[in-house]
Design a protein around this ligand. Structure first.
Ligand SMILES: Cc1cc2nc3c(=O)[nH]c(=O)nc-3n(C[C@H](O)[C@H](O)[C@H](O)COP(=O)(O)O)c2cc1C
Length: 295
């Protein structure tokens, strides 16, 4: 299915894009105007774009309904500062409530029931309940257009971070399993990050992986190994060679029972290698696969 974004209504563009480009972290931005009115609103067009300098961008778009500007944008034009509060599961319903189109000057801290906490370097208050808060200086505002729905990029440098100790691990750093971040997907969908849906992928960039193209053809074209399996096999730093000392009962059985039938043996070896890879045993999987190549 090919979707030509230039020929469909805005609401459909939004639907396709926001369901596909997901999950998006939520910037819960607190801002203030020159009269001291505080605003608090969530924005999922948000991310980290630079570590050094530490720069984030979020986008309060022109309102789709009437093409007016969001109060957050008006505020950062007046006072180029904000606090970005990161949203975890305990905050999600109140955060959603704060996104109602309250009239200008209405304090969403009060409406959504969050507590103000004084920031150390900027004038907008922080959300006390948030476990991570970023005090930011707005360094540039870039408009992506004048039509309804056009994004307005607020580019902000993070001056300092507040991190609640309850989400730190034993190493003193943020423990991704303790910090139950939520993120926005399409429509009404959100996701919650917790131990059940987290997994690790070893970084490939410490040493160069051999690449999928360097995997022997019989393994690369296997019907039993997935793209994820090939990605793991290709992340070794040199093509492994057979280790004569490698032996185990399942391998011995496969060779014993299927030795007379090469295609069945290859299937069994590839299925065994897939099991090993699913358990992170990459060098064992290579040994199993190479022992098949030996026949
Ligand atoms: C989770 C969530 C994410 C949102 N993300 C955005 C966004 O990225 N850009 C945007 O313009 N509006 C977004 N909205 C809607 C705004 O929060 C909403 O328009 C809000 O009322 C703006 O408030 P303000 O006019 O006080 O700045 C989002 C709403 C929710 C609940």
């Amino acid at each position: 299915m090919l979707i030509n974004l230039s020929t469909i209504p805005v609401s459909e563009k939004q639907n396709w894009l926001q369901h596909a480009i997901a999950p998006r972290p939520i910037c819960f931005a607190s801002t203030i105007d020159t009269s001291g009115n505080v605003n608090l609103s969530p924005f999922s067009f948000f991310n980290l774009f630079s570590n050094n300098p530490p720069v984030v961008i979020f986008s309060p778009a022109r309102r789709g309904r009437d093409n007016t500007l969001k109060h957050t944008l008006e505020n950062v034009r007046e006072i180029p500062e904000c606090v970005i509060n990161l949203v975890d599961y305990d905050m999600v319903q109140q955060m959603s409530l704060s996104s109602c189109e309250f009239a200008k000057g209405v304090d969403e801290f009060v409406k959504s029931g969050f507590t103000k906490e004084k920031a150390s370097l900027v004038s907008p208050p922080m959300v006390k309940e948030a476990k991570v808060k970023l005090e930011c200086k707005v360094i540039e505002i870039k408009s992506l257009g004048e039509i309804a729905g056009a994004g307005q990029l607020v580019i902000a440098e993070v001056l300092c971070m507040h991190v609640d100790e309850s989400i730190l691990g034993e190493d003193g750093k943020i423990d991704q399993q303790k910090f139950q971040l939520v993120a926005r997907l399409g429509g009404d969908w959100y996701c919650k990050i917790d131990g059940r849906n987290l997994f690790k992928v070893e970084k490939p960039n410490r040493e160069i992986g051999i690449g999928v193209d360097a995997i022997p053809e019989s393994i690369r074209n296997s019907k039993f190994l997935s793209g994820n399996h090939l990605g793991m096999l290709a992340n070794v730093h040199s093509l492994p060679i057979i280790n004569p000392a490698f032996t185990d009962a399942r391998l011995k059985n496969i060779i014993q029972y299927y030795g007379i039938n090469p295609s069945e043996m290859e299937k069994e070896l590839h299925l065994y290698a897939a099991d090993l890879l699913n358990n992170g045993k990459i060098s064992d999987a290579w040994q199993v696969l190479l022992s098949g190549d030996n026949f």
